[in-house]
Design a protein around this ligand. Structure first.
Ligand SMILES: [Zn+2]
Length: 309
C-alpha cells in the first residue's frame, strides 16, 4: 500500500476523531446564555478540526414550547452556524433510553422509588435518603433511582480545573426515570453522547454539578467519559444567573453580528472593531482563527453591553 495513502487515512481518522455538540432544549427560543454555549462548543470543536453536532433535547414535553425547536434551528442558521450530519431529536430516542434502563435494572444498579418530593423533604430536608433501596418495589408507576457512588464526586474540567462536589444533594441516588414515565435528563444525555461518539462536551457551567452523575453513568455503561469544558455563566450584578425572562430575551437574528461579538467578549475573546460590520459567518471564521481557550474566564461573567460602534 502507498505509504502516503496510509498517512492520509490516519490523518483523516485523527481529524475526525473530535466530536462536540450543542444540545439546546426547546423550552423557549435561543437566548444569550445558550448562544454562548453554541458559540463556545462550535469554536472549540472546529478549532480542533472536529465535528459539531446539533441535538434537540426535547425529552420533556410538559416543558416544551411549541415551535421552539424550529425557531432555535432557524436562529442558529441566521447566526452563521453549520452543524455536521443530521439533527438528533431526543423525543425519538426512547427505545435506546429504555434499553439502558432495563440493562441497569437487571444488574441491580437502579431501583424503584415511590417517595414523593414532600416525603423526602420531611424525612431528610429534600435530600434522598435511600428509603426505597431495599424495599424491592416493582411498580412501573414509580420513579427509578440509581445507586450513586461517591468516588465519582470529582473530575477535571478543561477550563475550570479540578471540580469537586461534596454536598449531600450532589451525592444522593438520582432519578434516571421519572414517575411520569419520562426518562431523566442525566440518562438521556449520556446515552446520546455515547451513541453519537461525542468525546468533548462544551456547555454552560450551570451543568457542572450534573457531571459527576453523568461520569458515574459512563462508568456503569462501560464507556470512557468525554472531556468537559464548562463555559462561564452570564450573571447579573448580584451574581444570579440571567433568566430567560429577566435580562436574556430571545436573541434577534437581525442583530446577529452584535450578539456574536457580545458572546465572544463574554468568552474572553478578542473582539475587533470591524466585527460589527461583517456578516455572522465572517465573524465566526475570524473568531475561529483567533480562538484562545486559555482566556476563557473560569468564573461567571457579569452581564455587560458591548458598544456596537
Ligand atoms: Zn423512595
Amino acid at each position: 500500500m502507498d505509504s502516503s495513502l496510509i498517512s492520509t487515512t490516519k490523518e483523516n481518522k485523527r481529524e475526525n476523531n473530535w466530536i462536540g455538540r450543542f444540545a439546546p432544549s426547546p423550552s423557549g427560543q435561543l437566548h444569550f446564555g445558550s448562544l454562548i454555549a453554541a458559540l463556545g462548543s462550535y469554536l472549540i470543536a472546529k478549532q480542533n478540526n472536529g465535528k459539531w453536532l446539533l441535538r434537540i433535547e426535547d425529552i420533556d414535553p410538559p416543558r416544551e414550547v411549541e415551535g421552539a425547536a424550529k425557531q432555535i434551528i432557524q436562529t442558529l442558521e441566521n447566526f452563521g452556524f453549520e452543524w455536521d450530519g443530521e439533527i438528533l431529536y431526543q423525543s425519538q430516542r426512547n427505545l435506546a433510553y429504555q434499553q439502558a434502563i432495563d440493562s441497569l435494572y437487571q444488574q441491580k444498579l437502579i431501583y424503584y422509588c415511590k417517595c414523593s418530593r414532600k416525603q423526602i423533604q420531611q424525612r431528610n430536608q429534600g435530600v434522598y435518603d435511600q428509603f426505597c433501596l431495599n424495599r424491592q418495589i416493582r411498580d412501573p408507576l414509580a420513579a427509578m433511582r440509581i445507586k450513586f457512588n461517591d468516588a465519582f464526586s470529582s473530575f477535571n474540567d478543561e477550563i475550570k480545573g479540578a471540580c469537586c462536589f461534596s454536598q449531600p444533594a450532589d451525592l444522593e441516588d438520582f432519578i434516571v426515570k421519572r414517575r411520569d414515565g419520562l426518562h431523566a435528563y442525566q440518562l438521556a444525555v449520556v446515552i446520546d453522547d455515547i451513541d453519537q461518539g461525542v468525546n468533548h462536551v462544551v456547555r454552560g457551567a450551570d451543568l457542572l454539578d450534573s457531571t459527576p452523575r453523568q461520569n458515574f453513568l459512563y462508568h456503569l455503561l462501560n464507556h470512557q467519559p468525554p472531556r468537559y469544558y464548562h463555559l462561564p455563566l452570564v450573571v447579573d450584578a448580584d451574581g444570579n444567573k440571567l433568566s430567560k425572562s429577566k435580562f436574556s430575551p430571545a436573541i434577534e437574528s437581525h442583530k446577529a453580528s452584535y450578539y456574536l461579538c457580545k458572546a465572544l467578549a463574554h468568552l474572553g475573546q478578542k473582539v475587533e472593531e470591524g466585527y460589527y460590520h461583517i456578516s455572522p459567518k465572517e465573524i465566526l471564521k475570524t473568531a475561529l482563527q483567533n480562538w484562545q481557550l486559555n482566556t476563557v474566564p473560569k468564573q461567571s461573567v457579569k452581564h455587560f453591553e458591548v458598544n456596537a460602534n
